[in-house]
Design a protein around this ligand. Sequence first.
Ligand code: XMP
Length: 326
Amino acid sequence: DWVMGNYIEEAVARIREQVGSEEVILGLSGGVDSSVAAALIHRAIGDQLTCVFVDHGLLRLNEGQMVMEMFAGRLHAKVVHVDASAQFLGHLAGVSDPEAKRKIIGREFVEVFQAEAKKLKSAKWLAQGTIYPDVIESGGAKTKKATTIKSHHNVGGLPETLGLKLLEPLRELFKDEVRELGVALGLPHDMVYRHPFPGPGLGVRILGEVKKDYADLLRRADAIFIEELRNTRDEVSGKTWYELTSQAFAVFLPVKSVGVMGDGRTYDYVVALRAVQTSDFMTADWAELPYSLLKRTSGRIINEVRGINRVTYDVSSKPPATIEWE
Ligand code: XMP
């Protein structure tokens, strides 16, 4: 619509004026905010923008490929794809404490990103997809810190370390405005309306020690669940169950249980499905998914993902459970 069209024109003009002929780097995660920021800045300054996409090996199925196809392929943006999965998994070996895992992933992320940023010597700006609620949240961080239950990815401090100026074109926008902007910039609806995904990714959805084999099994199970949620509509509202849930995913439990397959006995891993409805992620209800959807999903996971022979559904609300299992 024209309101968004005008907004884009103004935002583009502002970015051009701010940046001039200087170069900008941006950490692309595949999430909504960094994607929309990248698309907007690319619209404004084209090849003066270089996106750095760090793949920590803990992303969802085909996520890296999708990000590259969208930004390098369709938008023709400059994207440096860093496959750091071996490095991340190496540092995570033997570590099973959730907070320790978060710290390692966060620290490695900053390290890998910094190393790439330093290679781009001509860059003067660091762009971030900070949105208005992030601005408010970090403003109140001092008082909230004591009650922080899980440490979140925090890349604050990066621009100073790198000696870069900060470019945050989404600072004044709420999430729904960021999504509208993304669609107006031509990003696919599914990308812009995706459920949130934590920075540490599958690192906190594999309970205990993270292993590549576990991540590979989890990715496939998770993709089946998401596909079924996207393909199943609620008859009353006409919406898909993906739209009717705020966040949904599979969790890998490194526990083996006995099953049967043909005339044989199996002894394989368990996956838990989690789907919640919430408006603010501070409290959340487990979603009353249709049994038929759960049945199809578990049938497919057990048949298609060799190595998983049992699927459970998490019926815990927040509080006292959290949304993620770690
Ligand atoms: P919990 O599990 O605390 O999650 O109920 C609330 C929301 O926060 C997300 N989450 C994270 N996001 N880094 C992130 O970027 C993290 O370490 C992290 N831990 C939880 C979670 O996915 C949910 O949306």
